[in-house]
Design a protein around this ligand. Sequence first.
Ligand code: ZN
Length: 423
Amino acid sequence: MLTAYLSSMRPRVTLALLLVLAAMLIGHSYASDLALVGAKVYLSPTEPPLENGSVLIHDGRIRAVGLRAKVKIPRGTKILDCTGLVVTAGFWNSHVHILTPGLIHADKLSPDETTTQLQAMLTQWGFTTVFDIASILKNTNLIRQRIAAGETKGPRILTVGEPFWVKTPIYVKSYLEANHADIPEIQSTPEARERVKQQVRDGADGIKIFANSIEQDGILTMPLEMAQGIVAEAHAHGKPVFAHVSNNKGIEVALESGVDILAHTTPMDDLWSPAFAQRLVAAHMALTPTLTLWEFESRKGSLPAANLDEGMNRAAEQLGAFFHAGGDVLFGTDVGYTDWFDTSEEFRWMARAGMSCQQILASLTTNPARRFGFSAHSGRIAKDFDADLVVLRADPCKDISAFSQVRYTIRNGTVIYTSGLSP
Ligand SMILES: [Zn+2]
């Protein structure tokens, strides 16, 4: 049929058409078929790993996964030899900020420069999806467009855009001014609700409130009625709400307003009793631990350095209390506010808080996928799931810091980071 149609056309046109078709076919098989061969494969946090397994990728999706001997690799497939390496589903970091000096004015960056910045902060640590929980929405949208268009290599970015605060926290005020960025302060609840609607229209995937903000003269707490109004508006649009908290009073506001994700522990306040942790779990609240944030703040001089060990231990104890009460932990580091891109210390502290390698893997994959509505196609290695994968140099169940030793990061079936290579 096609041949008959082609032969009825003038030869020059036919040749051109054939060349286009051939180019499409060749491009197709090279761009989209990839096989990871001979790895230890953690299919999910709850299944036993495959030894000597293979993952076959086609068109951005996982086409097959199984023992190496059982997975048939079609001819023309690009092979990544993963002997001695470990494959897991792509990692999520559910607390980042697309707000670093290198990313805050993306319009002045070339797509390659954007790739370099995203690599330093995210993709070289295995993140294939991140939740940005405070940035400039217009700027973050521009970066997302570049990634979607294939001009920039980066993770899937979900964003809340501009956060909602009564007063700009003291530690971000000068940074925003120096970078000519403006995030408004809320004047009233009706105005805040309007802004929620606007940000959702502009593409926000969630909303972030500052239940507390640190000011010169102490910690300011958002009025409960205001928090409730913002959360109700976000939920009316089906969007999750994150809350920054600095103390347990802020957690009470988060609890009473129906916040979904707590952005930090509160090591400077009272420890979390089992009963308190139970209340968080009963309210279906998730937590991004950001344990190393406290070390970052101490070293910066924002917290008393003498109490560093005590502060870190208290934060880990609070995470442990939450976790043992059955709480939903979402890996998150506050990177982009901190410039501590290396994740190894965070993994060590999570393990110290009592989490096993499988439980930490869940916080990196299945927990956020479920929490944010992606679990039908993301978070596990299974047929037809997103080909978002991390290849590690060692087994995190033998050494927890192996979670930060990334060999390749693969997003939608494309290798977006290879260790030792610049983008
Ligand atoms: Zn943060």
